[in-house]
Design a protein around this ligand. Structure first.
Ligand SMILES: [Zn+2]
Ligand SMILES: [Zn+2]
Length: 142
């Protein structure tokens, strides 16, 4: 059993602030998310947890993730309009690379430049690189 990381502790403190009781289900959601760099959807986290925890409900997963996001412990992103929200425990600004073949999402350090757009107030710059991940390249073919 790993010791709780600083991220886990920050997330649990966020549940307290949101006045969400730290039920075993919510704690499981926190643990599932904080070290997961695969940018899972709520559905993916739910599918994973419900195997170990049959009492888990999708609403619990979703509401816990939403509370963590409001508390700034994770963020959600949509990589295209029809993509469901993915949850990202890395809240520091960064970009993403998406594999066209398997859908894997990788974190990319933020490039420095910042665009100024006339008559538009920029809230955030989110860059998405699209291509093929290493694993898919090694499978090869087309
Ligand atoms: Zn891939
Ligand atoms: Zn990310």
């Amino acid at each position: 059993m790993r010791r709780p990381s600083a991220r886990v502790n920050a997330a649990l403190a966020a549940l307290d602030r949101a006045e969400l009781r730290k039920t075993p289900q919510r704690i499981a959601v926190v643990h599932a998310l904080v070290d997961d760099t695969s940018h899972p959807t709520a559905q993916q986290i739910f599918d994973r947890l419900r195997r170990q925890m049959p009492t888990m409900s999708f609403a619990t997963v979703y509401n816990t993730l939403a509370a963590l996001e409001r508390a700034g412990v994770c963020r959600s992103l949509r990589l295209s309009h029809d993509d469901s929200a993915r949850f990202d425990p890395m809240v520091e600004p960064h970009d993403h690379a998406v594999c066209d073949r398997c859908g894997r999402v990788l974190d990319v350090p933020r490039a420095r430049e910042r665009a100024e757009i006339q008559e538009f107030r920029v809230r955030a710059v989110e860059r998405v690189y699209r291509g093929e991940c290493q694993q898919c390249q090694s499978i090869g073919g087309s």
